[in-house]
Design a protein around this ligand. Structure first.
Ligand code: MLT
Length: 392
């Protein structure tokens, strides 16, 4: 028996697990420390009332013989796919029901999607970016090339025709930097992917934080994207489902390689390896998209964006370079005094009992940067900024 030795090429633990371990160790040594966590992008506001009511009603249905449901469709119930279709319709993106696959979150789909691609594909990943893209490709043993994101390109790398790619990851608004591609920029990526006969894996998990109406909230707003892109999104940040788990992936019927529809391959993969998202959760997700539920979710998003504003104000006052916070719930800042990302992590934890995410955890180019999330509670956010003002 041999293990998948590609795992030996991974960092010892997943970024956010490493951080949790470090916090636990610090707590053990400093049991009275009042730690404020601004590390993992986890929501703190409760689910919207309309969502809770829908899930309660669905739970009651499950307790009655006439409305009980067992296995649901692997690709999601029709009612939720119809709601997601309508959500896209409001953005002027027209989808068919069977182009939408409901799942337990974007993270799972972003990892699992690799099942349908050959191991020989060349992968292009922005650096820094959400670590799941790189880690899942390392697990599979695929070769990865990076596109450098930095201050010089506003953390928005653009295609280089001299670089060959088969699978391209894009994340907009970007996690961790908060940078958002414009229509024109995404149009260049779509053209590049078509020229390269490549597929774009577009992570739109943070699209609901885009305030600037001139910025695209879906890659399908770009003509031609249906022929080269898969879009991943989630209810985690949009409706506070980080613990509830529901997301979706869009694979247009027009997306074909070697005469095969990727939609068909994914359907085959999901029906074999996945048994769908619980009925109760899907009813909750449906409620998050109805007018009333959506308005309540928007209130929560605005609350988080107000936190982001408070944070941005502090860093502006301190003259510390940062990006994000405007169309994204993350502030991406430069570590002061040339500290490395992990040095700054330790410094903040020890001196201010604040937890953030070291930029280097998102890739080599993230070194010297640091990410803070705006998903916290308001009072904690204000207190955290007071501590930063005093410390830096
Ligand atoms: C993050 O902090 O980057 C995210 O919460 C991680 C995730 O969504 O899985």
């Amino acid at each position: 028996m041999k293990i998948n030795d590609n795992y030996n090429n991974l960092t010892e633990s997943y970024l956010f697990s490493t951080i949790s371990k470090k916090i636990a160790e610090f707590k053990e040594k400093n049991p009275n420390a009042d730690i404020i966590k601004m590390g993992i992008g986890d929501v703190t506001l409760p689910l919207a009332k309309t969502v809770v009511d829908a899930m309660t009603k669905a739970s009651m249905e499950m307790g009655k013989k006439e409305s009980f449901r067992g296995y649901g469709p692997e690709q999601g119930y029709d009612f939720l796919r119809a709601s997601i279709k309508e959500y896209y319709g409001k953005k002027n993106v027209s989808l068919k029901d069977d182009e939408i696959f409901v799942s337990d979150g974007a993270k799972s789909d972003l990892g699992n999607i690799l099942d349908i691609f050959s191991i020989d594909n060349k992968v292009l990943i922005p650096d820094p970016v959400y670590p799941v893209y790189l880690d899942t490709n390392i697990m599979a043993g695929r070769e990865v090339a990076f596109m450098k994101a930095g201050e010089e390109n506003n953390f928005l790398p653009m295609p280089d025709e001299s670089v060959a790619a088969d699978i391209i990851y894009l994340c907009s608004p970007n996690n961790p930097t908060g940078s958002v591609y414009t229509y024109e920029m995404l149009a260049k990526w779509v053209q590049y992917a078509i020229n390269q006969n490549a597929v774009i894996l577009f992570d739109a998990a943070y699209e609901c934080f885009i305030k600037d109406k001139s910025l695209p909230t879906s890659i399908y707003l770009i003509p031609g994207a249906e022929k080269c892109a898969i879009e991943f999104s989630s209810f985690s940040k949009m409706a506070g489902f980080t613990g509830t788990r529901c997301g979706y992936t869009v694979i247009p019927m027009a997306l074909e390689f070697e005469g095969v529809k990727l939609n068909k391959l994914w359907l085959r993969r999901q029906t074999t390896k996945f048994n769908g998202v619980p009925y109760i959760i899907q009813r909750g997700a449906e409620a998050a998209l109805c007018d009333e539920g959506f308005a309540q979710c928007r209130n929560n998003i605005e609350y988080y964006m107000k936190n982001a504003e408070i944070m941005a104000e502090t860093f502006r006052k301190k003259g510390i370079y940062f990006t994000g916070g405007e169309n994204s719930p993350y502030i991406w800042l430069k570590c002061p005094d040339n500290m490395t990302s992990w040095e700054f992590f330790d410094y903040l934890l020890e001196k201010a009992n604040l937890v953030g995410t070291p930029g280097s955890g998102f890739g080599e180019n993230g070194e010297g940067f640091f990410r803070l999330t705006a998903f916290g509670d308001r009072d904690n956010t204000i207190e955290a900024m007071k501590r930063i003002e005093k410390l830096l």
